[in-house]
Design a protein around this ligand. Structure first.
Ligand SMILES: Nc1ncnc2c1ncn2[C@@H]1O[C@H](COP(=O)(O)OP(=O)(O)O)[C@@H](O)[C@H]1O
Ligand SMILES: [Mg+2]
Length: 428
């Protein structure tokens, strides 16, 4: 039997076939194994990317929501649930519309104007609107929105990122109120400054007036003495006598003015003692009551039921209150009511007296000139314009304040406030 004419037996054919099958299978297994390794690698990569995305979404501070093109929410982050006060599962699957405040301007959901605009432009920034919290409260938010596209470029859904505007609005409000506060204190400071300037002006004018008074007091006295001497010698010439009488009259008036002016220098002197302001007021009223000007005036008195202790030079305080009372009586021209009230303001630690009248009141443009020396609206011979400036001086000497204003019903009102003393201070 030679090899050439050897015919493979049935067994040999089968063997060969099996070998081929096994070889093919082996190659296939090899390819399959390689494909599997490749797939596992891809899978791991995908998982990693997924993880990163998930982490980003989770760690976002702002609320993130993804909705499909019908407006149904398909994804939201924890910040969103937390901010709204919902559970994540309460949000997923719900329509966007449900989370906007009813009637909110710029709401974003299919059918709203902003949604339509978003479709057209692809992305929108800082859309201010209002969303609803789980508790029903509407809060202001700002939203950045963008369209998500499918493979063919059509709208697949929308991605919204919202942030709470409340902290910003709160900060803004605070800044605004702080600015207002600053402006207010600036205005107060300005007012105080002009008050101080006014006070300084008045006290220097007062000092000057007192100085002048001192200088001309003696010459005036001399003029009076000599005029009287001349008058005694002039018995026969009637015309000269009348002239001299005029000189005496006018000089006497000058003396009176000078005497008032000297009130300024007198305000420095005297001993201070503790008195009840109500009693001081009553005593002053006793002084003025007998005067003819006060005969037809009704005095409406309301004195404090408890002592209103002040530490004052009694004579000076009498003078101050008297000047105000006389002005009041002059304002009502002897007919009408003068209301007087005394009280202690424990909180501000002030002793107060208010003197109001039923007169015509003070024109508002004159209110800040009243206390200036020589300011008067009265006719010559009737007012010197010194009364209130002396009052002002006395009150300031005692560490107090004086306010002039008009009552709502008309008529002027003057309030003097002095430092209130305690009973212990009175006893020491
Ligand atoms: N009770 C009052 N009602 C209206 N005006 C007043 C009153 N008290 C004071 N005045 C105004 O204040 C001015 C200054 O008062 P004052 O200093 O006492 O000077 P005089 O009484 O000499 O005019 C007065 O001329 C008057 O215009
Ligand atoms: Mg007067």
């Amino acid at each position: 039997m030679t090899l050439e004419n050897h015919h493979p037996t049935e067994i040999e054919i089968q063997e060969k076939m099996w070998i081929e099958i096994i070889e093919t299978m082996e190659t296939m297994y090899g390819t399959l194994a390689a494909a599997q390794t490749e797939m596992e690698k891809k899978n791991a990569e995908l998982q990693r990317v997924n993880e990163v995305v998930r982490n980003i979404i989770r760690s976002m501070i702002n609320a993130l929501v993804v909705a499909d093109k019908s407006g149904r929410i398909t994804l939201s982050n924890e910040a969103c649930a937390r901010a709204l006060g919902f559970q994540q599962e309460d949000i997923i699957g719900k329509p966007l519309e449900k989370f906007f405040a009813p009637g909110a301007k710029n709401a974003i959901y299919p059918g709203s104007a902003v949604w339509k605009q978003l479709r057209e432009v692809g992305a929108m920034r800082d859309v201010e609107t209002e969303v609803l919290l789980a508790n029903g409260q509407a809060i202001p938010v700002s939203i950045n929105a963008s369209v998500m596209c499918d493979r063919s470029g059509g709208m697949d859904g929308a991605l919204l990122v919202a942030y709470d505007l409340r902290p910003l609005q709160k900060a803004l409000k605070k800044v605004r109120s702080e600015a207002q506060e600053t402006e207010r204190s600036y205005r107060e400071l300005k007012a105080l400054q002009s008050k101080l300037i006014q006070a300084e002006k008045m006290s220097s004018l007062g000092r000057m007036a007192a100085g002048v008074a001192h200088e001309i007091n003696n010459p005036l006295g001399a003029i009076l003495v000599y005029s009287h001497l001349l008058l005694e010698d002039t018995t026969d010439n009637q015309q000269q006598r009348e002239t001299l009488l005029k000189v005496i009259r006018e000089t006497t008036r000058c003396k009176e003015i000078v005497q008032e002016l000297l009130g300024f220098s007198r305000t420095q002197q005297g001993k201070r003692r503790i008195h009840d302001l109500s009693q001081v007021v009553l005593a002053t009223l006793d002084l003025v009551r007998p005067q003819p000007l006060f005969q037809n005036i009704v005095q409406d008195l309301e004195t404090s039921t408890t002592p209103v202790r002040v530490e004052v030079d009694l004579n000076l305080l009498h003078q101050a209150i008297m000047n105000i009372l006389i002005n009041a009586a002059e304002a009502i021209e002897g007919v009408g009511t003068i209301s007087i009230r005394t009280w202690a303001d424990e909180e501000r630690r002030t002793a107060n007296v208010r003197i109001a009248d039923s007169g015509p009141g003070i024109p508002s443009e004159l209110l800040n000139q009243l206390f200036e020396p020589f300011f008067t609206t009265k006719d010559e011979g009737h007012g010197t314009g010194l009364g209130l400036s002396i009052v002002y001086h006395i009150v300031r000497q005692h560490g107090g304040t004086i306010e002039a204003r008009n009552q709502t019903g008309g008529g002027a009102e003057f309030v003097i406030s002095l430092p209130l003393k305690t009973i212990e201070e009175a006893q020491s």
